[in-house]
Design a protein around this ligand. Structure first.
Ligand SMILES: Nc1ncnc2c1ncn2[C@@H]1O[C@H](COP(=O)(O)OP(=O)(O)OP(=O)(O)O)[C@@H](O)[C@H]1O
Length: 950
């Protein structure tokens, strides 16, 4: 147990905390070790996400997590002991995920190598339509903080003959609307309502500025009741006959409105505005809610008429188990929505469990939605075909991350509750917990979901272009889910389909584009399912349509036609929605299109990448050609030309290839087909997705598309490389940190005459995204080597691991490569031993952010000199550098109470090199005065391993 960890070293400041959280935060050491272990596990999962990947070294994890290497090593070994990771033999030791498939019991999805120890799975019973009894019992908290409320709600619903009015109190977002809706389903399921009974919602706050209009909406009015009342119109009370009316924010109802409600509640009658004489009879179950102080804002006489008044608790005061259940519920819902399992790290759960949700369950819900939205962007852009979407702590909002770091009084309890294992949320076929709803209602829900997500995006800190992309993706998903919910259009009236088809065609003409037939079906389904409800956030919708004003204009222009055909009026919200929908699905006519073709070496490389992209896109139109190694270039060229010809008359082809001579196909194919072809080399799945998305959208010219796709290869080196210069790239996962330090380190280590011609540049690989092949392509032959913690796999470019540079002969190799094949002089890196040691010391003191750094380095150097003196020979420069760096870090670790490194070869060393071990032990204890106890034997073992090659 580490008692005094303070995340105050340079490394942590520079690499992790400041990068993610913008400022330096000292946080309580309590639980730090446990959290660090969780983080280490998360990093392994990020760097080596599958069980068959080669695994990661402690260095890589330390780098990625922004922690000291020995801590990473200690945690990794502990995770191995706990059975969470596997460890490979050989050097350097690699750690990888374990295959533990037993716990995954989900039958639909295959997870042959799932590394998850536990799988959080929604209650299978939730998949079945819930019985009326279960409906309310399934509400999270029904057995806990909402127990009394749920019992009273049941009684209120069942009370003969028409139930009792209910007033729900509680802070905003505490679930009042949610419970009102549940009550409606409960009443319907238990046979207290007629089939298809209405459920109408009126948020009185929406009409706060116009109480007259509010009353008119509620009670209806007769012709001439007020200026503008051209015809007699029924209100929501009448429309809710035999059903449920939910009045949200009821305190906004003016006193006369409250009085009008008395009559309804006492005698089941009401009067329309402008007709005080006629009493009309209805049977309406009334549910009301307010987040304000009802006692001071409602008439006492109204308050008294609610026999059931319930106050919902603040989510921050609810038991931790309930909060976890809510989070898990939302995660499972998201998994169902996107149709992909979601893997969630314990860190995420701890953060979600402990932040102060002032907006209550609603805010918790938004936090999950937005986290998933960010994760989804990464998922869509990730190469390969991830089995699941990963939700990690950096996907959460900065505020939540910040709160998490500040710590929380319940942190320890929460960590215990959550454990250290990742959880996997499976997409449930019927959604999660949607029991009791008809397909019709589900459709409404989809829309409500969609609507709410849009508002959340708008209110979030997401970048504008991220919001736009998410809207597009969501609109696409909405359509697909809608189509999935109601199989085919046969349930739709023919007339509706006809009207919508006409509208879509006209819209296409106006916008100069075409729409797939599914778009007609989708809009028809959407309109059919929405006829009863007004989208609740019309304003947010309007805001969203800012980016598709042309479509908005066209819908407005054509709306009268649609309204006539549908015999209804489109609300503002619906108009905006249709514009959004058209914008997301408009396609250019075939002849105006650019098509995407992928060619890559290997039996399946191209086809499998295209398959992934197609799966993620609405239109599955990416074509691929595999080029097995046995296939000649010439025949691949012929096949490609044939394939392009089959595409018919098109505007151009964006050809994505992997490497080699395929990059030269562009001109040849243009000649053979007469169609413009642009080539982008070093294809990745992310690039295909982006290319296909742009091709789908059809707004760009071929050349513009090439430029746009290049953006996917995101890197931070300026084009072009100055004339005559060559380049060494340094890499690391978190970009800013080690790569930059390493760049500075190598730059300093380069002989002066080379510095003018060789640039050392850090490249941000941004959590595994691929380095820009394009840039390497552009500078073909100019990159000498890549150095760092992650191999970017640049074709034809040698990679030297950071450990090799620091602890091995990496610098020598690098200089050899720099000198174009001429071996570097003599030892290590051409530096004198003193210079090399000086550099190593500087490296160490840069990393250890305390005045003691110098102490550790001096100790390490003194120990080396002592050893050399005793042995009577001088250690080679590269080994001396390794010794100094290693021992300095070891001293810091031990002095600050860190874990001791295990040395697996210690037994062997004790048997065969005991004298050496003893000599080192003596040298260290004589010179390293910072130690209060002898350096542990296994640490000595490591030092011996450094010396032994000599
Ligand atoms: N017990 C619950 N289980 C699942 N989801 C819930 C629960 N309670 C609330 N929610 C979700 O939390 C969000 C906010 O709930 P809701 O809108 O019902 O709150 P509210 O009290 O009506 O808020 P407001 O006063 O702002 O109208 C919704 O997304 C709702 O689905």
């Amino acid at each position: 147990m580490i008692n005094n960890v303070k995340y105050s070293s340079n490394m942590c400041k520079g690499n992790f905390w400041t990068e993610f959280f913008g400022q330096y935060i000292e946080f309580d050491a309590r639980g730090a070790a446990a959290l660090r272990k969780i983080k280490v596990l998360e990093m392994v999962r990020q760097i080596a996400p599958t069980v068959d990947s080669p695994g990661v070294t402690a260095d890589e994890v330390a780098e990625a997590a922004g922690i000291l290497r020995h801590n990473a090593s200690a945690d990794l070994n502990e995770l191995v002991r706990e059975g969470l990771l596997r460890k490979s033999g050989g050097r350097p030791v690699r750690f990888g995920l374990k295959s533990i498939a037993d716990d995954v019991r989900h039958t639909d999805t295959k997870f042959p190598d799932s590394q998850y120890r536990t799988v959080a799975r929604p209650d299978p019973a939730a998949e079945r339509p819930a019985s009326s009894e279960r409906l309310l019992d399934q509400v999270i908290g029904a057995k806990g903080s909402l127990r009394a409320a749920v019992e009273q709600l049941k009684a209120a619903v069942l009370y003969p003959p028409h139930g009792l009015p209910v007033l729900l109190l509680g802070p905003t977002g505490s679930g009042k609307s949610y419970l009102a809706e549940k009550m409606y389903f409960y009443a319907a399921k238990s046979g207290r309502l007629v089939p298809n009974a209405p459920f109408n919602v009126l948020n009185c706050a929406d009409y706060a500025a116009n109480p007259q209009l509010l009353l008119a909406q509620l009670f209806g009015y007769v012709k001439g009741a007020f200026t503008g009342a051209d015809q007699t119109t029924a209100g929501l009370v009448a429309q809710s006959d035999n059903g449920v009316l939910f009045l949200d924010e009821i305190h906004r109802l003016p006193p006369e409105g409250q009085e009008m409600l008395f009559l309804l509640m006492d005698r089941g009658v009401y009067r329309m505005l402008g007709d005080g004489a006629t009493q009309r009879r209805v049977s309406v179950r009334l549910i009301a809610a307010t987040s304000e102080d009802a006692r001071s804002l409602l008439l006492k006489t109204l308050l008294r008429r609610f026999p059931v008044v319930l106050t919902l608790p603040d989510v921050n005061a609810r038991p931790l188990e309930e909060r976890l259940a809510l989070i898990e519920y939302f995660l499972a819902e998201e998994a169902a929505r996107i149709g992909v399992p979601i893997s969630v790290s314990p860190l995420v759960l701890v953060a979600l469990m402990t932040f102060h949700a002032s907006g209550n369950v609603g805010e918790l819900h938004s936090a999950v939605l937005l986290g998933c939205a960010k994760a989804f962007l990464n998922y869509v852009a990730s190469a390969g075909k991830p089995e699941y979407m990963m939700l990690v702590v950096t996907h959460l909002s900065p505020q939540i991350q910040l709160e998490y770091l500040r710590g929380h009084q319940d942190s320890l309890k929460v960590e215990q509750l959550i454990g250290v294992e990742d959880r996997l949320y499976m997409p449930m076929p019927n959604g999660y917990g949607s029991g009791g709803q008809s397909p019709e209602q589900r459709k409404d829900d989809l829309y409500t979901d969609f609507n709410r997500r849009m508002s959340d995006y708008l209110g979030s800190s997401l970048e504008q272009d991220e919001v736009q992309r998410l809207i597009q993706i969501d609109a696409d998903y909405y359509l697909r889910r809608l189509l999935r919910h109601v199989k085919g259009a046969h349930t739709l009236p023919e007339r509706l389909l006809e009207v919508v088809a006409g509208f879509v065609e006209e819209a296409g003409k106006e916008l100069g584009c075409v729409f797939e037939p599914e778009v007609t079906t989708g809009i028809a389904l959407h309109l059919a399912s929405l006829s009863r409800t007004e989208p609740f956030d019309a304003e947010a919708m309007l805001e969203l349509t800012a980016h598709c004003s042309r479509e908005f204009g066209v819908v407005r222009q054509l709306s009268s036609r649609l309204e006539e055909g549908l015999e209804t009026r489109l609300t503002h919200g619906q108009t905006s929605f249709l514009a959004l929908f058209l914008a997301a699905h408009k396609r250019v006519a075939e002849t105006e299109r650019v098509k995407v073709l992928v060619i890559a070496h290997g039996d399946h490389t191209a086809t499998s990448m295209a398959e992934v992209a197609n799966e993620l896109l609405y239109e599955k139109k990416v074509k691929a050609i595999d080029m097995p190694l046995s296939q000649s270039l010439e025949s691949t060229l012929q096949i490609a030309a044939q394939r392009i010809k089959e595409m018919g008359k098109i505007k151009g082809v964006l050809l994505l290839v992997d490497m080699g001579s395929l990059t030269g196909f562009g001109a040849a194919l243009e000649r053979m087909t007469g169609i413009p072809v642009a080539v982008i080399p070093l294809v990745t799945t992310a690039a295909i997705v982006e290319a296909a998305r742009l091709a789908d959208n059809g707004q760009m010219k071929l050349a513009q598309m090439v430029e746009a796709v290049k953006q996917i290869y995101d890197f931070d080196i300026a084009f072009p490389l100055p004339e005559g210069k060559r380049l060494i790239i340094t890499t690391c996962l978190t970009g800013e940190g080690t790569a930059r330090k390493l760049a500075a380190f190598i730059n300093e280590a380069l002989p002066a005459d080379l510095r003018s011609t060789v640039l050392v540049q850090a490249v941000d690989l941004d959590n595994g995204s691929e380095i820009s092949g394009l840039y390497v392509e552009g500078w073909r032959g100019t990159v000498i080597a890549a150095v760092g913690t992650v191999n970017p796999h640049l074709p034809g470019v040698a990679f030297i691991g950071m450990d090799q540079i620091l602890f091995g002969s990496g610098m020598k190799t690098l200089l050899e490569l720099t000198a174009e094949g001429q071996p570097a002089a003599d030892d290590a890196d051409g530096l004198s031993k003193e210079e090399a040691i000086l550099l190593a010391s500087k490296f160490v003191t840069d990393y250890i952010d305390s005045k003691d750094g110098q102490l550790y380095v001096s100790g390490a150097i003194a120990a080396l000199e002592q050893l050399e003196q005793t042995v009577g020979s001088s250690l080679r420069t590269s080994l001396a550098v390794r010794w100094v760096i290693h021992l300095s870090f070891a001293l810091e670790r031990i002095v600050t109470g860190g874990s001791v490194m295990e040395c697996s070869e210690l037994d062997y060393l004790e048997q065969h090199h005991q004298l050496l071990l003893n000599t080192i032990q003596t040298a260290v204890s004589r010179t390293c005065h910072c130690l209060s106890e002898p350096l542990p034997r296994s640490e000595i073992g490591y030092l011996a391993l450094i010396v032994l090659p000599e």
